[in-house]
Write a protein that binds this ligand. Sequence first.
Ligand SMILES: NC(=O)c1ccc[n+]([C@@H]2O[C@H](COP(=O)([O-])OP(=O)(O)OC[C@H]3O[C@@H](n4cnc5c(N)ncnc54)[C@H](OP(=O)(O)O)[C@@H]3O)[C@@H](O)[C@H]2O)c1
Length: 282
Amino acid sequence: MRFIKLIKQLASNFATSNRATLYSWRNKKTAVVIKDVGFGRILENKHAIVTGGSSGIGLAIAKKLIECGAMVTIVGRNPEKTQKVAQELNCNHIILDLADTHELLEKVSNYIKDKHIDILVNSAGITDKEPWLEKTPENFDLVMGTNLKSVYFMCQTIAKHMIKNEIQGHILNVSSSSSMRPGWGPYQLSKRALNGLTLGFADKLAPKGITVNALAPGVTVTPMTSSFMDSENLAYYNPLRRAETPEEIANLAVFLVSDLGASIVGDTVMITGGSGMFTSSR
Ligand SMILES: NC(=O)c1ccc[n+]([C@@H]2O[C@H](COP(=O)([O-])OP(=O)(O)OC[C@H]3O[C@@H](n4cnc5c(N)ncnc54)[C@H](OP(=O)(O)O)[C@@H]3O)[C@@H](O)[C@H]2O)c1
């Protein structure tokens, strides 16, 4: 009996462990301890494409998918950075400016021609920083082109591939809690539309066995936010009083691109530390 108990204890230690990671914003450092949940080799033999896999949330997702047994191809724009990350992760890569739709269609279609892609994660994205009344048409088009149009055509390209090859795959879009906020800038608008795109592709693809969802992080510690946030205003955003970590977002991503999330369809799953509680009194 004691032996069985010991084995059970060892198994549970293997599945979950506490990992403290030190994150820094400007001059301040904060330790965040997250429970690192092992999913085993749940994605063994799956091939995933992760856009934005060279940084932040996309990078954490790429790492976690690899840890779960998947073969991963990351898509990045900066050649040196993308190659370096691909080398570190020992995975494949595509260098591509997703804002250029024709380049996207050509490079991605060529890349997947002789492959079997089971998972697409669209994490690449940019934000806009201009004040409300100073947004320019060029910036509007760039944000929309990167965050929305590119996702539409990545989904279209991979959907065709999955249908043709009868792959019961998963598509996961990285939206944002900003998608639920007033659309006074292209960033919020692009993410609101992304939630609609997710519903639309899910509607068309669910009958073919392809599952499409989105996840919507709140403020997460990545290069995107570290350039304009400090630890105090990051903490302001949610009742948890801290930003999310990319690893926490990656755990949810595994759930949504595996059979664990089988009946979640067309949904945008929030992961915000409670920042949806807009009306909570402080
Ligand atoms: N961080 C947050 O607080 C937060 C919150 C909610 C939602 N999100 C969303 O999460 C996603 C990832 O953001 P992040 O925080 O991880 O940002 P990040 O660290 O800045 O990473 C962005 C990634 O997107 C790639 N990318 C951007 N434009 C591209 C283009 N035109 N072509 C190809 N690749 C491009 C970048 O590649 P290069 O480095 O090569 O340019 C990089 O790999 C975004 O969609 C973002 O809107 C982030």
